[in-house]
Design a protein around this ligand. Structure first.
Ligand SMILES: [Zn+2]
Length: 427
């Protein structure tokens, strides 16, 4: 492989449009009483939708926190990342590994260790009334607009221009997504045909996100290596993966992204097939491994699902599986980082990345690991976590790169940006 390339092994390319489409889908399923708040077997789906609207509003506000910087298109974000890298390394071109998100099941029932998914059989989707759907959506987005305008009041004194521009673009995106008509019609057709059972359950945001990434793979050949998000609660997604459909042809994915924090234990029953498939087919996995993340904070009810210790039996069972314990298990007490450090020492295919270390204060405690664990020299990867890392507006890309240049020698930086991600991807 060409020496003049570097990798951002952990970033996210998505936009507010994805979020809005996905929340609209969620709202549709709530009104339709097919959203699995709790395991479908509990028959608790008789809940009225009204008392859930507040949760949706809150969910949308939280989602906005994810993308303070995602006011450009997917392609513009890619170009931005490449341009910023070029300023630091003028001779090299940037390749990225964008990790897909799947936030749809964050409010759904959780899957514990050894627990299997409950098939959604017998759940009758009553046809949604378009007016009810539109009224509820109007309610959700008007609340979101109030939130955005409050944000504007809060930030305008500081980074006024950028913040205002982002909010203006956010309001435009809301405008574009303000009608439920298109979704209503497509869902209606789908309900009649029952075609949800073919392939995987296609929510509009998820498919939009996926299609945008695949379009970029086509237009910007060899510049990005996206990973597909797998949540075992999304009907049919694992079956589609096992068919190899995500990894065929020109427009394809190169790995799998897992986010147990969304509500599934890494050792829940359906996941074993995923690990076996990836191990057998040399497909790498990246999973979110930090005490915080999305939703923000360490107190989230599913935080423990992301504990690296939960992956140890998997790593032992599938020693050839290449798996990136992202963020090196970032946690203030370093307990998770120590687990990742040990797993890297003891297993030949365990990787990690230092994405989202936005300051030297955060990076410096990682010194003990980098200095004492020789295996990290071939297993650690560079990542920005763009645009999640932009979330607080704490750091510019220039500062982010400067911190890494300060922390690593040139040849070390080259290893974590070039050799290690190439080995991880299996290129
Ligand atoms: Zn990330």
């Amino acid at each position: 492989m060409n020496d003049n390339i570097r990798f951002d092994a952990h970033c996210h390319i998505f936009t507010l449009k994805y979020i809005l489409k996905e929340v609209k889908s969620l709202l549709h399923d709530i009104i339709n009483r097919t959203y699995p708040w709790e395991a479908p077997s509990k028959q608790s789906l008789q809940l009225t939708s009204e008392n859930r609207i507040a949760e949706i509003k809150d969910f949308l506000r939280q989602l906005y926190e994810l993308l303070h910087s995602a006011f450009s298109s997917e392609e513009e974000n890619l170009i931005f990342l490449q341009k910023e890298e070029k300023k630091e390394f003028p001779d090299d071109n940037l390749r990225i590994i964008p990790l897909m998100m799947d936030v749809f099941y964050m409010l759904a029932y959780s899957l514990d260790k050894d627990q299997d998914v409950t098939p959604m059989v017998g759940l009758k989707s009553g046809l949604v009334d378009e007016k009810e759907f539109q009224d509820s959506w109007d309610d959700v987005i008007s609340d979101f607009k109030v939130y955005l305008n409050n944000q504007k009041a809060l930030v305008s004194s500081k980074k006024g221009y950028v913040a205002e521009r982002k909010i203006k673009l956010a309001l435009e995106a809301i405008e574009e997504e303000s009608s439920v008509r298109e979704m209503f019609l497509s869902k209606k057709i789908r309900d009649i045909r029952g075609s949800n059972l073919n392939g995987f359950y296609r929510t509009d945001g998820f498919c939009y996100h996926m299609d945008e990434l695949m379009a970029l793979v086509k237009n910007r050949k060899d510049e990005l290596y996206p990973f597909v998000a797998i949540d075992p609660r999304r009907p049919g997604i694992i079956k589609t993966l096992l068919n190899g459909d995500f990894f065929k042809g020109e427009q394809r994915f190169y790995g799998v992204k897992l986010y147990p924090r969304m509500g599934y234990h890494p050792q829940c029953k359906p996941m074993d097939d995923v690990y076996k498939y990836c191990s057998d087919n040399s497909i790498p996995i990246t999973y979110h491994c930090g005490m915080s993340g999305f939703p923000p904070g360490t107190k989230w009810k599913h935080t423990e699902f992301g504990n690296p210790i939960n992956f140890e039996p998997i790593v032992k069972k599938y020693p050839n599986l290449r798996i990136d314990f992202a963020h090196m298990g970032s946690s203030s007490d370093l307990v998770w980082s120590r687990t990742v450090d040990r797993l890297v020492r003891e297993n030949e295919n365990v990787y990690t990345d230092f994405s989202c270390y936005t300051s030297l204060k955060d990076l410096n405690p990682m010194r003990e690991f980098w200095d004492s664990n020789p295996k990290l020299k071939t297993r650690l990867m560079f990542g920005t976590d763009f645009d999640v890392m932009y979330l607080t507006d704490r750091v510019t890309m220039k500062e982010y790169y400067e911190n890494f240049k300060h922390f690593f020698a040139d040849d070390e930086l080259f290893s974590i940006m070039h050799d290690n991600p190439i080995r991880f991807l299996g290129l």
